[in-house]
Design a protein around this ligand. Structure first.
Ligand SMILES: [Ca+2]
Length: 380
C-alpha cells in the first residue's frame, strides 16, 4: 500500500498566508481618536491622527509579510501533525476516507483546489472591513465618535471658536474700524481711510457748517488734531493718542439747527451727505442749538451731532470754544455711557467750562472699551 506523504501541502501554506495577512491587518487596525489634520481640537484629545497614522507604511507591510510567513509556517506544521495523527490512529475513519476519496493524484488535486477556493473566498470576505479602517473613513468616523459623546457641545463650541474670524471683523486697536479695512486704506463700500493704522486709534470726522457759521479755520483744525493726539489713550503699538482725520465740508449745511432736546442732527447723517463714509466717519455740524445754556446736541454713543457754531465770549480756554465743544461732542460719540453717567467732573466731558484735557475716567473707559458704535442709525 502506498504510504501518504505528509510533507508540507501547498493548500496548507496558502491557508496560512491568508490567515496571516488577515491577522496582521486586524492587529494593526488604526485606533483613531482624533479628527483629521487641520480640524477642530477637543480638550483632552490630541489633535491630528494618532495610532496607525504615526506608523510608517513600510513598517506595516514588513510586519504583514513577517506575520504571514510565521503564521503560515506554524499552520503547516500543525496541519502536518494532524494529518499524521489522523492516518496512524484514525482506524475506521481512515478506511472511510480512503473509500470516499480514492488514492489517486487526480482526486488529491481536486480536493486541494476546492480547499484553495474556500480559503480564498474566506479571505475576500474578511479583507474589505480591515482595508476600510485603514483609509480616510477611519479619521472621519473618529470625528463622528467625538461628536456623539457627552462632550458633543464642547466639540461644537470649539468649532465655532477656532474658526478664523470672518474677514474684516478683527479690530486690534479698538477704534471700531476693522484691521483689514485699515490695511486696505478704504472700507469695503469704498470710503477712503487715508493714514489708517490698525495699531493706532483713528477717528475719521466730517465737519460741516451752516450759513451762519464759518467753517473750521486752519488753526482750529490744528488745535483739534493736537488735542486728540495728546490724549492718554493707549495703542497696541505702544504709543498713546488718537489720530483725528478731519474732512471739512465746503458747502454750508442747511437745517443744522437742533432743539435743546431734539435729535434733528440724525437727519444730517444721510447717505446723500456721507456716501460710503456713513457708519465709519462721524459727523459734526457747526450750527445752532436752541438754548442759551446748551452748546452741543449729540448721541452717546453715536455718529452725528450739532455744535454751536458761534463763538462764546464766556469761554476763556486756550483753544476756540468751537474746538472745545467739538471735542466734547466727539468724545460723547465714541465713548458712550461712562461709569456713573455721561459727564465727568473734570476734563473735556464736564458740563461746565472744561479743563482742557481728557479726564482719567474717560481715558480708562476708552482704554477698556475702545470706540463705541450705535445701532440708532439705520444700517450701522
Ligand atoms: Ca486704527
Amino acid at each position: 500500500m502506498t504510504r501518504w506523504s505528509y510533507g508540507p501541502q501547498p493548500t496548507a501554506a496558502l491557508a496560512g498566508a491568508v490567515v496571516g495577512v488577515c491577522g496582521a491587518l486586524f492587529l494593526l487596525e488604526p485606533k483613531v481618536v482624533a479628527t483629521p489634520d487641520g480640524g477642530p481640537t477637543v480638550p483632552g484629545v490630541p489633535s491630528g491622527s494618532v495610532g496607525l497614522g504615526e506608523i510608517p507604511l513600510v513598517a506595516v507591510y514588513v510586519g504583514a509579510i513577517l506575520g504571514t510567513v510565521l503564521t503560515g509556517f506554524l499552520l503547516v506544521v500543525l496541519v502536518t501533525k494532524g494529518i499524521t495523527l489522523f492516518f496512524t490512529r484514525g482506524g475506521p475513519l481512515v478506511r472511510a476516507y480512503r473509500f470516499v476519496v480514492p488514492n489517486s493524484p487526480l482526486v488529491k488535486m481536486a480536493t486541494g483546489i476546492m480547499l484553495l477556493m474556500g480559503v480564498m473566498l474566506l479571505g475576500v470576505a474578511m479583507l474589505p472591513g480591515a482595508i476600510g479602517d485603514l483609509g480616510e473613513s477611519g479619521a472621519v468616523s473618529g470625528a463622528d465618535d467625538i461628536a456623539g459623546d457627552p462632550n458633543a457641545g464642547v466639540f461644537a463650541g470649539d468649532v465655532v471658536a477656532t474658526r478664523p474670524a470672518a474677514p474684516g471683523t478683527n479690530d486690534t486697536d479698538g477704534d471700531g474700524i476693522p484691521d483689514a479695512w485699515e490695511r486696505a486704506g478704504e472700507t469695503p463700500s469704498g470710503a477712503a481711510l487715508p493714514g489708517a493704522d490698525p495699531q493706532r486709534k483713528d477717528l475719521y470726522v466730517v465737519v460741516g457748517h451752516d450759513e451762519e457759521s464759518s467753517p473750521l479755520s486752519d488753526s482750529e483744525r490744528q488745535q483739534l488734531r493736537s488735542i486728540w493726539d495728546r490724549m492718554p489713550v493707549a495703542n497696541p503699538d505702544g504709543s498713546t493718542g488718537i489720530r483725528l482725520h478731519l474732512t471739512t465740508e465746503q458747502r454750508p449745511v442747511s437745517g443744522a439747527t437742533v432743539g435743546v432736546n431734539g435729535t434733528e442732527y440724525r437727519r444730517l447723517y444721510s447717505a446723500d451727505r456721507l456716501g460710503p463714509r456713513r457708519c465709519t466717519y462721524r459727523y459734526v455740524a457747526l450750527g445752532s442749538v436752541s438754548s442759551d445754556r446748551t452748546a452741543v446736541r449729540v448721541d452717546a454713543p453715536g455718529y452725528a451731532g450739532v455744535v454751536d457754531g458761534q463763538p462764546r465770549s464766556e469761554y476763556t480756554g486756550s483753544v476756540s470754544f468751537r474746538v472745545a465743544a467739538t471735542t466734547h461732542a466727539l468724545l460723547h460719540m465714541v465713548a458712550g455711557e461712562l461709569s456713573g453717567g455721561y459727564h465727568t467732573s473734570d476734563g473735556w466731558l464736564t458740563t461746565g467750562s472744561p479743563t482742557e484735557q481728557l479726564s482719567g475716567t474717560t481715558a480708562d473707559h476708552l482704554n477698556a472699551t475702545g470706540f463705541r458704535s450705535s445701532s440708532a442709525y439705520a444700517g450701522c
